[in-house]
Ligand binder design. Structure first.
Ligand code: SAH
Ligand code: SF4
Ligand code: F3S
Length: 477
């Protein structure tokens, strides 16, 4: 297949991006694409974080606005997009696997457009591999140009050539794009994009561009609109939401945004992800004062050892993390804390790992995503020598998970006998006449009912039993 190389990624450019003015793009569809997808179907496979899920909702909105409809047979759609994640090697392995499957389908149906987008194409190595080894892929684009989707598809149809457009710039802010949201009662709301932290192990600052905040009025108006449409819960998204506003003129902060969003009438506000260094008193006070801000905080610590934290470029110490946690517990006594932890960072000693275990016990996390360090080409940590064996890394992960799993159970046990408000998501996966939803502390709660009209409503449930991964309760009349 012939290649149209419009733009290829560059980690070097991504690293040295400038403090340029960030452009806000107000999405307008060019009439030329109005019926691009008439009578055709699409499907988007989404991997990675909530940021990617929110991006997929925008891409679905754009595709539907030009006439595509959601396919019931994903692997046989007219357009198939893979919205990818590059955070760890195993995330990428999964995607190569799905691409293998799609290759066969494309052979049977050469008119199908296969596109790969999101974070993986932003990496030079990955895009090189895509171009060299996956010749059947029609579209390659990154995280900065999903608004170009109609044009990219149009070019792929027109030229029958591979269309590649991966920008490695500081990124833009896309407003007014159509969205097809996955839920009718819970919504993602981006408040900022990108990341400027450059933790030494992490690829995100390279794949997502500069930290850039949406204007507060655009966010507040989006939430007001969601309230009008009947949405009950919003999750504010950003890689480091606590840095919200730092790139804008004035001194409006994330805490101010929480106070303002509380006034919109939305029932529940959650947010992710927080960076411990930037979590400030005003945010904690907003968690105390605003009824809609839920008593759960995901506060990734990564490690409990000061030297490792320094090598990770996390910019806080064990004690500074604990000081913030203790302040938060004082202001919001009922809070549930969860975290992210990496084990086996290059040359992590057993003693350093034990400091992580100590911190977990001291905080009393009620959940965590735990990972074995994965080397990401182009990041500073990739150049660090690593003498920790694979078996040692796995053993540490198991020891950590034992403590974390106890935390999950304890986090559920503390609600036994209490009545909690559950925003109902739907029927429980295991069938058996149960329904489920989440409590304010983000505890998955199952209760007996088959009343589908409860979906999207908040009900009172008395908790009768605590398991490691969920709670069980009885619906209060
Ligand atoms: N912005 C968020 C989360 C980003 S990615 C934050 O700063 O907390 C989600 C998690 O993936 C990180 O918190 C980290 O624990 C993990 N992670 C990131 N890069 C990794 C790597 N190279 N190897 C293993 N885990 C990694
Ligand atoms: Fe990655 Fe650190 Fe940014 Fe989180 S804060 S996205 S871990 S660089
Ligand atoms: Fe993955 Fe990109 Fe999110 S690397 S975790 S999809 S920002």
């Amino acid at each position: 297949m012939k290649n149209i190389k419009i733009a290829l990624p560059s980690l070097k450019e991504a690293r040295s991006r400038k403090n340029n003015n960030i452009e806000t793009i107000r999405y307008r569809l060019d009439n030329k694409y109005n019926s691009l997808g008439k009578g055709k179907t699409y499907y988007i496979f989404t991997y990675g974080c909530q940021g990617n899920e929110a991006d997929s909702e925008v891409m679905a909105g754009i595709l539907e606005s030009v006439g595509y409809t959601l396919s019931t047979d994903p692997m046989n759609s007219d357009v198939v997009l893979l919205n990818t994640c590059a955070i760890r090697e195993n995330a990428e392995q999964r995607i190569w696997g799905v691409l293998g499957q799609l290759k066969g389908r494309k052979r049977e149906n050469p008119d199908m457009i296969v596109g790969i987008c999101g974070c993986m194409p932003q990496e030079e190595n990955a895009t090189q591999k895509i171009l060299e080894s996956y010749d059947f892929i029609d579209l390659v684009f990154g995280t900065h140009n999903r608004d170009h989707l109609p044009e990219l598809i149009y070019q792929a149809y027109l030229t029958k050539a591979k269309v590649v457009e991966v920008l490695s710039n500081e990124g833009n802010i896309l407003e007014d794009a159509p969205k097809v949201r996955a839920s009718h009662h819970k919504a993602w709301v981006n408040i900022m994009f990108g990341c400027d932290e450059f933790c030494t192990y992490c690829i995100v600052p390279y794949t997502r561009g500069r930290e850039r905040s949406r204007a507060k009025n655009d966010i507040i108006n989006e939430v007001k609109e969601l309230v009008k449409e009947g949405y009950k819960e919003v999750t504010l998204l950003g890689q480091n939401v606590n840095a919200y506003g730092k790139d804008l003129a004035g001194d409006y902060t994330f805490g101010d945004l929480l106070y303002d969003l509380d006034k919109t009438g939305i029932e529940r506000i959650r947010y992710t992800t927080s960076h411990p260094r930037d979590l400030d008193l005003k945010t904690m006070e907003a968690m105390r004062d605003c009824k809609s801000v839920m008593p759960h905080l995901h506060l990734p610590v990564q490690s409990g050892d000061d030297e490792i934290l320094k090598k990770m470029n996390r910019k806080y110490t064990y004690d500074e993390y604990m000081t913030k946690v203790n302040k938060l517990k004082e202001l919001v006594p009922e809070i549930s804390l969860t975290t992210d932890i990496i084990v086996g960072f290059p040359n992590e000693t057993n003693e350093q790992f034990e400091n992580t275990l100590k911190l977990c016990k001291e905080v009393g996390f009620e959940g965590a995503f735990t990972f074995i360090y994965s080397k990401r080409e182009g990041t500073p940590a990739a150049k660090m020598e690593d003498n920790v064996s694979d078996s040692e890394k796995h053993e540490r992960l198991n020891r950590l998970n034992e403590i974390i799993n106890e935390g999950y159970l304890k986090g559920h046990q503390r609600f036994v006998g209490k009545t909690v408000e559950v925003l109902v998501d739907g029927e429980s996966k295991n069938g058996d006449g149960m329904m489920c939803g989440y409590s304010p502390n983000l505890k998955l709660t199952h209760f007996k009912s088959s009343d589908l009209s409860l979906i999207g409503k908040t009900v009172k449930v008395k908790i009768t039993e605590a398991k490691t991964w969920f709670m069980i309760g009885e619906l209060c009349e």
